[in-house]
Design a protein around this ligand. Structure first.
Ligand code: AMP
Ligand code: ZN
Length: 432
């Protein structure tokens, strides 16, 4: 039932002692990076003198902006010769953050992914089809290494190519898949089109779904259609990728692996800690990473610690499914997108006016993005083919940057609402 019983059911005092020991090593390692060396000097902290985990609170929090400002090597704490891999967040070039891994980092990461999968009942006899993008994104290789660590036959199917995915599932009797929830939903239509019933015609038993927010309703819908049990998988590239927190068979919150990550929950406005049970922003510190340790990282993800023990016997605390984000990052079809990316593109296109609005909707559990763009009045007066050509160009330019194809509506100047103060760029009409 446990991949590593001793560590998964460790009592709190022993866990805290372990965290303290690992934190010390992490701080010493972090000091080797340009960024943290400077920070330690600024706040007058000597990593060797850190006595308790609470001492960490003297350090400022780390943000995505810090990572970008020190792109690409400012956070690197190991020699470049010791690096074996790099990954990035799922945004596009201008917005991504790069994370470096040593062989030990990859090994540690594989161990928590294996632990997470094993927790849900996956064994070496299972056939695992990984339907996530392989490449810089962590969802592909992260799960791949975890599954191989368990010893399961692993099919690196990658994302997309729906008919082939279904064929693979049937031919190789896939029992377990890893998939983005919005894609799992899209795939239901392909199953229907092919008249294949996953309950009858496949051996699917479980799915790991994650990388983007989704509701309990969505889980139910997927479980009903596919006949599998689905487990929420949470992670972020800055900490390693998937494997940070994962649902157990109780399907009531995600155990966050506290031997690998130190957890803080803060009020995003005051940055003060909030008690277990209350909603806040998750802040994480890596405890076993050498290549690029990150201290007090503001995930911008909103959740809460679920107080009390879990029926599965694991002592690592649970977080509730992610409620949303404290910044304006949108996650659409698993891709991280910031409104500023849209703005930058639009503003470079002749004919585009002064204002735009991104409208998000969820239709049949699928996220749709519409960008309403004001364009110069002339376009509405002359040949309407020009208007259509402009619309197409905007779609193409946006697609090249954000990787998904948005719907684009062109509107007359001054027709979109103008907000006082900070422009409101996103109208999020998605409900649960
Ligand atoms: P990336 O670094 O590109 O993998 O993106 C990480 C971000 O994806 C996290 O900070 C979350 O906002 C989001 N994310 C990952 N897994 C989940 C999940 N299971 N539920 C909700 N959001 C998630
Ligand atoms: Zn549990």
């Amino acid at each position: 039932m446990y991949w590593d019983k001793e560590i998964e059911t460790i009592d709190r005092p022993a866990l805290e002692a372990l965290q303290h020991k690992r934190l010390k090593t992490t701080l010493q390692q972090a000091r080797k990076s340009l960024h943290y060396d400077r920070i330690f000097k600024e706040v007058g902290m000597d990593p060797d003198a850190v006595k308790t985990v609470e001492d960490l609170e003297k350090l400022p929090m780390t943000t995505k902006e810090d990572l970008r400002d020190h792109w690409p090597y400012g956070f690197l704490a190991a020699s470049r010769d010791d690096l074996v891999r790099m990954h990035s967040s799922s945004g596009t070039t201008g917005q991504t953050t790069i994370v470096f891994h040593t062989a030990n980092d990859i090994d540690q990461w594989a161990s928590i992914v294996a632990r997470s999968m094993y927790m849900t009942g996956m064994r070496k006899s299972d056939v695992f089809q990984n339907m996530m993008t392989y490449g810089l994104f962590t969802g592909g290789l992260g799960f791949h290494y975890g599954a191989e660590r368990i010893g399961a036959l692993t099919i690196p199917a990658g994302a997309g190519n729906s008919k082939r995915q279904i064929q693979l599932m049937r031919d190789f009797e896939t029992t377990t898949i890893h998939i983005i929830p919005s894609y799992a939903l899209h795939l239901t239509h392909v199953f229907e089109e092919l008249a294949v019933d996953p309950r009858r015609d496949t051996k699917l038993k479980r799915a790991f779904i994650g990388a983007e927010p989704h509701s309990e309703k969505m889980r139910k819908k997927l479980e009903d259609f596919y006949g599998f049990k689905s487990f929420n998988s949470y992670g972020l590239s800055e900490m390693c990728g998937p494997g940070v927190a994962f649902e157990c068979p109780a399907q009531n919150g995600l155990h966050i692996w506290e031997d690998h990550f130190l957890v803080e929950m803060i009020d995003p406005q005051t940055l003060k800690p909030v008690p277990d049970g209350e909603e806040g922003e998750l802040v994480l510190t890596t405890l076993v990473r050498d290549g690029m340790p990150i201290l007090r990282y503001r995930t911008k993800d909103l959740t809460r610690i679920i107080p009390g023990p879990c029926e599965c016997g694991r002592t690592h605390r649970r977080i509730e499914r992610i409620k949303g984000r404290t910044d304006d990052m949108m996650i659409i079809k698993g891709v991280n997108i910031f409104p500023i990316q849209i703005e930058r593109k639009l503003m470079g296109i002749p004919g585009v006016g002064n204002n735009f609005l991104i409208v998000l909707e969820r239709v049949d559990f699928t996220d749709l993005m519409t960008v309403k763009v004001e364009v110069q009045r002339e376009y509405f007066m002359g040949d309407l083919r020009q208007l259509e050509a402009l619309r197409r160009r905007i779609v193409e330019e946006l697609k090249s940057d954000i990787l998904i194809t948005p719907k684009v509506d062109l509107v007359e100047p001054d027709s979109l609402p103008v907000s006082e103060g900070k422009a409101k760029r996103v109208l999020d009409n998605r409900k649960d």
